[in-house]
Ligand binder design. Structure first.
Ligand SMILES: Cc1cc2nc3c(=O)[nH]c(=O)nc-3n(C[C@H](O)[C@H](O)[C@H](O)COP(=O)(O)O)c2cc1C
Length: 366
């Protein structure tokens, strides 16, 4: 049998009906009220049902943690009803609904909190303010309350965004974090923030979830702020050491970000399969392989080495992507000009459509 078709039970007990995941996509609508628009709900409605789980991207946990991406909010109980609508829209035919949550830290839209203001990544110091321990504790509490709201809204799990220069990543990476207190310096101390939000999320799940509830993380393997190859290699190795530590945290999954999960990585004159490296580091936690998985063949190849496989862009113009993979049918994306009619057919929200028109080759794997 194809691996993609297998049922998979996460450590928390959440059972996925197959091994396919729709990776988080922020559709870039501008919900001024912090709630998902009906266009976005329709976008997910069209794409659910066959896939094992959809990870909804991405809700900010604190009012001052909102990034530039026009996301939904999980900062207050008044959002629970609309979040609950998102969860129930996705939960068709036993597809599980996970919600990605984040804090943008120094990349936030309003207040610019930095982990260390003297970090090489902070270019204009005047607008930034360094996080005090009291502020850090407040943000950890915001994450905990966000997880509780996700449980109340009926989601099946939460994915903590720890990738791509979001706040947990800013704490982890030496290029952002040059603090010398309990939150910085050694790797162990740089990891304190991530560990605390994981532990406090697990605590709230244990206390409040009446049915199995998953906790996963999104994780990037390179510090994208670094430009030199040798610096990037160093940060890749650092990320692996961090992942090794996080492997002990009883997480349901690690969802890596990659532009091509089946690619090779050149390190110190040797060439390694990225997935082989990851499997040497993650001994306990299920891995979601993600990035550039369009056809069934590459999905199956990934699943030989990972527990789960995800796709994001393929779902945009092939809402039945998961069904195509399960049927081993070729996934066909538009190869001619994009028209406004297509936007209707594929129920694509306005701002996402604009982004697609600007970078259509990337969205269409051309
Ligand atoms: C429009 C768009 C929005 C995205 N938003 C998020 C997000 O909110 N959170 C996240 O972790 N990844 C986000 N991603 C990254 C995807 O989850 C995925 O890692 C990336 O597209 C590569 O996978 P793919 O080749 O299957 O598209 C986004 C990608 C796209 C195209």
């Amino acid at each position: 049998m194809m691996k993609a078709k297998e049922i998979f039970q996460l450590p928390s007990g959440v059972t996925l009906k197959n091994r396919l995941i729709f990776a988080p996509i922020s559709t870039m609508e501008d919900p001024l009220d912090g709630k998902m628009t009906s266009d976005e709900l329709n976008f997910f409605k069209l794409r659910t049902g066959a896939v094992g789980a959809i990870v909804v991207g991405s809700a900010y946990v604190s009012p001052d943690g909102r990034g530039y991406g026009n996301n939904i909010s999980i900062t207050h109980d008044r959002y629970i009803d609309s979040l609950s609508q998102v969860a129930s829209t996705i939960q068709q035919d036993n597809t599980k609904a996970f919600l990605q949550i984040y804090h943008a830290g120094a990349n936030a839209k309003s207040k610019k909190w930095c982990v260390s203001c003297e970090s090489q990544n902070i270019v204009e110091e005047k607008d930034y303010q360094e996080l005090s321990t009291a502020e850090i504790e407040r943000i950890i509490k915001d994450y905990q309350e966000a997880v509780l709201r996700a449980i109340k809204a009926g989601f099946d799990g939460v994915e903590l965004h720890m990738a791509n220069s979001y706040l947990p990543n800013q704490f982890m990476m030496p290029s952002w974090n040059v603090r010398q207190d309990e939150w910085g310096g050694s790797r162990e101390r740089r990891l304190n923030f991530a560990k605390r939000i994981i532990e406090s999320s697990l605590e709230v799940i244990k206390q409040h979830a009446k049915t199995p509830f998953a906790l996963g993380i999104r994780f990037s393997l390179e510090d994208t702020m670094l430009l030199e190859d040798n610096e990037r290699d160093q940060s890749f190795k650092e990320s692996l050491m961090i992942l090794k530590e996080l492997d002990n945290m009883t997480l349901d999954y690690v969802h890596v970000t990659s532009s091509d999960i089946l690619s090779k990585k050149e390190l110190e004159g040797y060439s390694f399969e990225l997935l082989d490296i990851l499997k040497q580091v993650l001994l306990k936690t299920p891995l979601i392989g993600s990035g550039n998985l369009l056809q069934a063949e590459s999905v199956e190849k990934t699943l030989e080495k990972t527990e789960l496989a995800s796709a994001c862009r393929p779902f945009i113009f092939q809402p039945d992507w998961a069904q195509c993979i399960l049927n081993q049918e070729e996934v066909v994306l538009p190869n001619n000009q994009l028209t406004g009619e297509m936007r209707q057919t594929y129920q694509i929200p306005r701002n996402l459509w604009r982004g697609i028109l600007e970078a259509s080759d990337w969205y269409l794997y051309r």
